[in-house]
Design a protein around this ligand. Structure first.
Ligand code: DLL
Length: 435
């Protein structure tokens, strides 16, 4: 199903024309209204007149998170302050927060982008959408809220937490669509079973729209089986807009980029040179229509690839693969580059192990040490030393076989790994701490 069929199935040449037209305008808006871009254009020796079409995108400067931090709070706004109707910002846990403003048109476009994902996974008017993304400065809550409203759904604005209530509402109100992080979906399914429900039999839920953190295909399968749903991956980041920059369709074969609003490039994170379709690299996004916080060639740090070819669903927008992880989260284990989501893929293939895990980084002098903590399922004989050792050896062998890495594994007691209601924090970095 399509929310805006004419746009979502536009022929490729027409998409290129639209993007070219919009890029020319956006480059001018940035140059004329934002001192950072005026300086960056001057430094590159270009003016907006050098941008004639989308083909010229590589002439433009990159933008980084650091640039946004320096512009805190409003120096990247590209429009008069009286047109700004909303401001979101990042949590700022790893530095100064970054601020993103929206005009009413920016908010309308965002709602459309999210609504497209609802339709793409089979949802629509009158579906009950339970929104368990956090409401507030985080873009998840309000993004799903207005997207749901735009799609004609009945929105339950529950926000994060109070899992017992989430489960009761899901049951009593007959929720059809669940919006939350993938890790919270597992917590909800777990809690529902503990409360005596069979989520597949007792609930009306049939769709999930999940994102905000990397998740493996195996984890998706577990979520789908435990809740009896089809779960679509939705991608977005506050700097660019929020959830809806890209989203999956019913084919579940990559996330369609909302290419009428965003232009995506994949570059080598070291050389910044473009990489061919099908190859992994860093996702770089240019906002083509944003009025308040336009960004040119924003380096997301997210690692993915363009999936070559066209999707079976009929949408013509290009697709990115599921995000492997952030370049900052890549682990180097004895010379092998690994993302936590790849470790998750191996863990979730083992029937005795729960999908909750943690990676603890410590250091011993110059050497980094990596410990993978996993918990067995509750029916596993945790008190039997030989069973635990067997499980540890088996997991160690699988990691070696699939990823070529050797890590220290610690099997911890069932249900002791922290559950989160929002984004999970799977890496605990204790390097530099005196242990
Ligand atoms: O997480 C927006 C969002 C809300 C997306 C709800 C999807 C659903 P930020 O807090 O700014 O915004 O975090 C953005 O989260 O750069 C990625 O590293 C990661 N991320 C977002 N979606 C996905 C996804 C929201 N589907 C950062 N898969 C991004 C993997 C994701 N990682």
């Amino acid at each position: 199903m399509f929310f805006q069929k004419a746009i979502e199935t536009m022929p490729r040449e027409q998409i290129a024309q639209l993007q070219s037209h919009r890029l020319v305008h956006q480059a001018r808006r940035c140059f004329e209204n934002i001192p950072f871009y005026r300086d960056a254009f001057n430094e590159k020796g270009i003016t907006p007149e050098d941008i004639h079409s989308i083909e010229d995108i590589q002439k433009l400067p990159f933008t980084t998170k650091q640039d946004l931090r320096r512009a805190y709070p409003f120096k990247m706004f590209g429009i008069d302050r009286d047109k700004v109707v909303r401001i979101h910002c990042s949590s700022g846990t790893t530095g100064i927060a970054t601020t993103v403003g929206y005009t009413q048109r920016d908010l309308d476009d965002w709602a459309d982008c999210f609504a497209r994902v609802i339709y793409a996974i089979g949802g629509g008017r009158h579906d009950i959408l339970q929104n368990c993304f956090g409401y507030g400065l985080f873009t998840g809550g309000l993004g799903a809220h207005y997207g749901g409203t735009r799609a004609g759904c009945v929105v339950l604005p529950v926000s994060v937490g109070n899992t017992d209530r989430q489960v009761r509402l899901m049951h009593d109100f007959g929720t059809n669509i669940l919006c939350c992080t993938p890790s919270y979906a597992l917590v909800i399914a777990d809690r529902a079973r503990a409360m005596g429900y069979d989520p597949v039999e007792d609930f009306d839920i049939s769709m999930g729209i999940m994102g905000s953190e990397p998740w493996s295909e195996n984890l998706r399968q577990q979520i789908q089986t435990s809740l009896g749903i089809k779960a679509a991956d939705i991608y977005g980041l506050s700097e660019i807009m929020g959830p809806g920059v890209a989203g999956e369709c019913i084919a579940q074969d990559g996330l369609h980029i909302a290419e009428d609003h965003f232009y995506a490039e994949i570059v080598d994170p070291k050389t910044l040179a473009p990489v061919p379709d099908g190859h992994y690299g860093e996702l770089v996004i240019t906002t083509l229509t944003k009025e308040c916080s336009p960004l040119l060639r924003y380096r997301t740090r997210d690692i993915t690839r363009i999936i070559p070819g066209q999707c079976l669903c009929g949408r013509t927008f290009r697709r990115i693969d599921r995000i492997k992880g952030r370049s900052d989260d890549m682990l180097i284990i004895r010379g092998v580059n690994v993302f936590p989501s790849q470790i998750e893929q191996v863990i979730t293939e083992m029937p005795d192990v729960s999908p909750f895990y943690q990676i603890v980084l410590t250091n011993d002098g110059e050497l980094d040490r990596i410990e993978l903590q996993v918990e067995p399922n509750e029916d596993f004989a945790f008190d039997e030393v030989s069973e635990i050792e067997g499980l540890r050896d088996k997991l160690g062998a699988e990691l070696k076989k699939n990823l070529g890495i050797k890590v220290q594994i610690r099997i911890v007691e069932p249900r002791t790994i922290q559950r989160t209601t929002g984004k999970s924090h799977r890496i605990i970095d204790k390097r530099g701490e005196n242990l």
